[in-house]
Design a protein around this ligand. Structure first.
Ligand code: OAD
Length: 255
């Protein structure tokens, strides 16, 4: 494994190794977390001070029990995050992935992010493991899902109600303790099992089952390249670690 940041030559070595790995790969999984959106101005979850979970209680705001206890509070928190995301734009890391997919069509984006920035950057059909905050769905799982802002505007209540069955609507994201969407998980697993390279970008690698995907790719024979400014448990599994922010190095790595 090669890594580092404080020593420029070693940083250059890891950057060059990452570039070679990407250039040689045919079926790439780009596995992303909140760090890939940090340079768009969207806070991560676990970074000290700036991370959302440093300032907010995930049990209260990101669990079904929390929602049932205080539906208006939780709905408003997601509405505020939706508004913030609307005001942000994809950054050079998202755009670099678009260019990579154009050059290597066997590239699949698998993201834990709910901000939709991969799709807005033109990434092809990203696998959204944890849902998407622009959507809402029926709390009682009648099958309805739709755009949260439109539902809010037409319903007027907080939270709005499901237009099909009248139950409460909830953000269409995966909360702690919930299953990941089956179809998204299946696509992610299939892509990892077929990959020859897994590019891990901007995730702490702490939330399972998503964090197990790079290990699945590795078990199936893929190389692992990790990009991020801080150490993560996935570093130990990596062939190359580039200790830098995604927006600064990803454009060069995929160039
Ligand atoms: P975390 O907040 O746990 O980790 C973000 C990672 O990005 C950290 O390793 C940071 O060092 C790194 N990072 C920060 N800035 C970066 C930058 N500019 N470029 C690259 N990396 C950077 O976020 P996730 O790993 O995505 O779950 O968290 C996983 C899940 O936990 C999220 O999907 C969310 C959360 O609870 C749900 O919403 C279901």
């Amino acid at each position: 494994m090669s890594s580092l940041s404080t020593n420029p030559p070693e940083h250059d070595v890891s950057l060059a190794a990452a570039r070679r790995a990407v250039a040689a790969a045919i079926r790439i999984v780009v596995f992303t977390g909140a760090g890939v959106s940090a340079e768009s101005g969207i806070p991560t979850f676990r970074d000290a001070l700036t991370g959302l979970w440093a300032r907010h209680d995930p049990e209260r705001l990101a669990s079904a029990d929390g929602f049932l206890a205080e539906p208006p509070l939780v709905w408003r928190w997601y509405a505020a995050r939706r508004a913030a995301v609307r005001d942000c734009a994809p950054n050079p890391a998202h755009h670099a992935i678009t260019r990579l997919q154009a050059r290597q069509p066997g590239t699949t984006v698998v993201t834990q992010n709910v901000d939709g920035l991969h799709a807005r950057a033109g990434n092809v059909d990203p696998v959204e493991l944890h849902g998407n905050i622009v959507r809402a769905r029926c709390l009682d799982e009648c099958g309805w899902s739709g755009m949260a802002d439109a539902l809010e505007a037409s319903d007027g209540r907080v939270p709005p109600h499901c237009p099909r069955c009248g139950a409460l609507a909830r953000p269409d994201v995966v909360w702690f303790g919930e299953m990941l969407p089956v179809a998204a998980w299946q696509r992610a697993e299939d892509a990892c099992c077929a990959a020859d390279l897994c590019l891990v970008v901007g995730t702490s690698g702490l939330v399972h089952p998503a964090a197990g995907l790079p290990l699945l790719a590795k078990a199936a024979g893929a190389s692992i390249v990790v990009i991020g400014p801080a150490p993560t448990p996935l570093d130990a599994e990596a062939d190359v670690v580039v200790r830098a922010t995604a927006g600064t190095v990803l454009p060069a790595i995929v160039a």
